[in-house]
Design a protein around this ligand. Structure first.
Ligand SMILES: Cc1cc2nc3c(=O)[nH]c(=O)nc-3n(C[C@H](O)[C@H](O)[C@H](O)COP(=O)(O)O)c2cc1C
Length: 330
């Protein structure tokens, strides 16, 4: 078995968290990941407190002691504090707050015995998160799916953050295979925080036509864009656009967001396409690692496959690199 602080202190079987993906990582996915030995995360965007209660009840149904996390968005809980209160009242094992302030929340979470995580994009943000008292930092590179920074990729960011802080650090962005997981663990990450790797799972809240697009997409098929945020009037900071599969809508409007928000016909077209699940126009958030997701596997198979194969690879590669294996074939 792989051993990191997540397995030794937190009691997980595998150092794998599914990223808290709003609209996608509902209770069903979080539960499947936790039951497989990882830490399942429920993703909350602009949802309701009732939604949190319902999905948490589903996770705990028949498994009341299950460990899971809830991922919140900083700007969303600032606008709707009841979301934070509902997450706190659910008493999960971990709460993450990304894309917004964390300091106002850390003390109350710790008083309730809940671990706190956040995603960072630079050394400065990592130091600020550590100063705020978080228990876990996810170093989120620009290749990540969903909303992320425009600048630093996971590998350089991970090295910088590991150098800067003492709290456990997870790699977030671009890891969807055992070699990727082995690489970040060897670099010193305590585990992975992966979203795209779970997008095609039957437990994810994804319709079949979107799943097919994910399965067919290559690593070159994503774009980091603010078109959907501006079109939908969402208050995401300018510095955090979203990485999505490129389509007709992003091809037409990326870089022309000011014109887009004035174009009622285009906004109506997007609304209709979203309702009708027409992904030539509607959004599918996904990271560059989408090129590695080419079959639909259950969440348990993803968690156990990543972790088990990364372990084997590390054993083999390390023995080979350190001269404990006689033959090298490449
Ligand atoms: C579809 C999708 C939705 C996401 N939604 C959220 C979210 O609601 N909150 C959040 O903190 N991160 C969200 N993320 C970002 C993830 O937390 C994580 O950084 C990312 O998935 C890691 O990169 P990867 O997709 O290459 O694994 C989302 C990612 C994806 C792919």
């Amino acid at each position: 078995m792989l051993r990191t602080i997540l397995t030794e202190k937190w009691g997980l079987l595998h150092p794998v968290l599914n990223a808290p993906m709003a609209n996608i990582a509902h209770g069903r996915l979080a539960k499947a990941v936790s039951l497989a030995g990882g830490l399942g995360m429920l993703g909350i965007g602009r949802d309701t407190p009732e939604f949190i209660e319902r999905e948490v009840a589903l996770i705990r149904q028949e498994t009341p002691e299950i460990k899971f996390g809830i991922g919140l968005l900083g700007w969303a809980i600032k606008n709707e504090p009841a979301l934070f209160e509902a997450a706190l009242a659910a008493r999960p094992f971990l709460i993450s707050i990304s894309a917004g302030e964390i300091s106002p929340y850390v003390q109350r979470l710790h008083e309730a015995g809940i671990l706190v995580a956040t995603q960072v994009h630079s050394r400065e943000e990592a130091l600020a998160a550590q100063e705020a008292g978080v228990d876990l930092i996810a170093a989120q590179g620009t290749e990540a799916g969903g909303h992320t920074n425009k600048q630093v990729s996971t590998l350089p960011l991970l090295q910088v953050v590991l150098e800067a802080v003492q709290v456990p650090v997870l790699a977030s962005g671009g890891v969807a295979s055992a070699p990727g997981m082995a690489a970040v663990l060897a670099a010193g990450a305590a585990g992975i925080w992966s979203g795209t790797a779970f997008l095609a799972c039957p437990e994810a809240n994804v319709v079949d036509s979107a799943r097919q697009r994910v399965l067919q997409a290559k690593e070159t098929d994503t774009v980091l864009t603010a078109v959907y945020d501006r079109a939908n009037g969402l208050p995401w900071p300018e510095s955090i656009p979203g990485r999505a599969l490129r389509n007709d809508f992003t091809n037409r409007w990326d870089g022309h967001e000011k014109e887009l928000v004035q174009d009622q016909a285009a906004l109506d077209e997007l609304k209709q396409a979203t309702a009708g699940k027409d992904y030539r126009i509607a959004v599918i958030f996904a990271g560059e690692a989408v090129g590695l997701v080419n079959r639909s596997r259950g969440a348990a198979e993803v968690v156990q496959g990543l972790s088990g194969e990364a372990e084997q690879l590390l054993r083999w590669q390390l023995a080979s690199l350190l001269g404990e294996k006689p033959e090298i074939d490449k």
